[in-house]
Design a binder for this molecule. Sequence first.
Ligand SMILES: Nc1ncnc2c1ncn2[C@@H]1O[C@H](COP(=O)(O)OP(=O)(O)O)[C@@H](O)[C@H]1O
Ligand SMILES: [Mg+2]
Length: 396
Amino acid sequence: MRIALYSRQVDGLKRLIEQLATDKRVSHLLTVPVSSPSAEELVLHNVDVLILDDLIGEWIAPAELEKLSNLNPDVLIMLIARQDSSELFVDAVGAGVRSILRWPATPAEIDHTVAQCLDRLSRHGARHDGRMFTILAAKGGSGATFVVLSLAYVWATRFDKRTLIIDLDLQYGDATFGLGGSKHRSNVVQVAQDETLDPSYLESACVPLRRNLFLLPSPVSLDEAARLEPARLENLLALASRLFDVVVIDVPSRIDRLGTCCMEHSNQVIQVVAPTVVDLRNQQRQLRYLHDLGIPVAKVGTLINRMPTADRRRRNVDPFATEIERHLSARTLGTLPRDDDAAALAIGAGESVVTVAPDSPLSRALDTVASSLLGVTGVAPSARSRWSRWLSALRR
Ligand SMILES: Nc1ncnc2c1ncn2[C@@H]1O[C@H](COP(=O)(O)OP(=O)(O)O)[C@@H](O)[C@H]1O
Ligand SMILES: [Mg+2]
């Protein structure tokens, strides 16, 4: 479900925004702070639910809202009512408002209203369940691309979700190589900037990697990379969320407008952090930047990657690792152990680590994180190929 929330008092809705941002039924949450005197900026493209925070009357006249609602019959309009006025309610319902949330509302009331909206959208056949994740490293080399590829692989092949990887590391994107990338014709910039972009074009431009798994690669020229406009990217993301069950975006750790746009549209933002002091410092800084950019911190979580295993800890490879894990625990979505052999084997084979080392603690941890991020319980791994069994036997 894609929500656009228009408000003059975004700060006062922090609790609502945090709850919606972390609600797994909400795939997109766009918060628009209203500053203009009238509703010229209202855009309902790719929106399922429009939430107006007390704006009917002084910002948008009921008649104008009715016109808008008639033009967009699939969009469900919700009103956050800050005053208890039966006159306002009658006007609002007459203008097309289908759901009213009295403010202030309790978490249970918000939850109930979201459920009501979903139910109504389902009845119209206009419900979109696509989930979107933006994944970025606290510091280059922490393993963001590795995590993107591994999670996407598990979602696609084990959980049967149609999954799209978008490589938005426009300068150094290397997602193409992780799963035995072949030569391809299109890249994410070309596709997003194309004026004729529609569902069938997008489907045909995505590079198939495995069953259910697709990739929009990064471009290989700086000129091409510089062409991407945030508005075009937004359009691409909205379209992708309708066509795929899961969209996972690999963004560079240096935050720019494109990365911010991805985060705004994602259900969850995942910082990949290695348990080192430098990573921890960068992670804290990055979190502050995200907060300053208006990304609800509630939807940002960290994934600790390359955690030294018990063996390595005994040898004191990194005495700070456990302390850092403990420090991050409140925001942690999971921990992935360091396994250089499995990672090297995967790169060499152009395969996912969960295929080449299915029984490793790293693969098992990836399975756990993949299922908890989607809120689904684990599915029995599909039958392994003889080839992968052979490779894993070699490792023992
Ligand atoms: N858990 C892990 N154990 C061992 N090696 C890993 C692990 N995660 C990632 N790597 C390796 O670390 C290197 C850098 O990872 P990469 O995903 O390219 O980082 P980033 O995208 O954050 O720059 C890659 O060679 C990758 O295979
Ligand atoms: Mg990378």
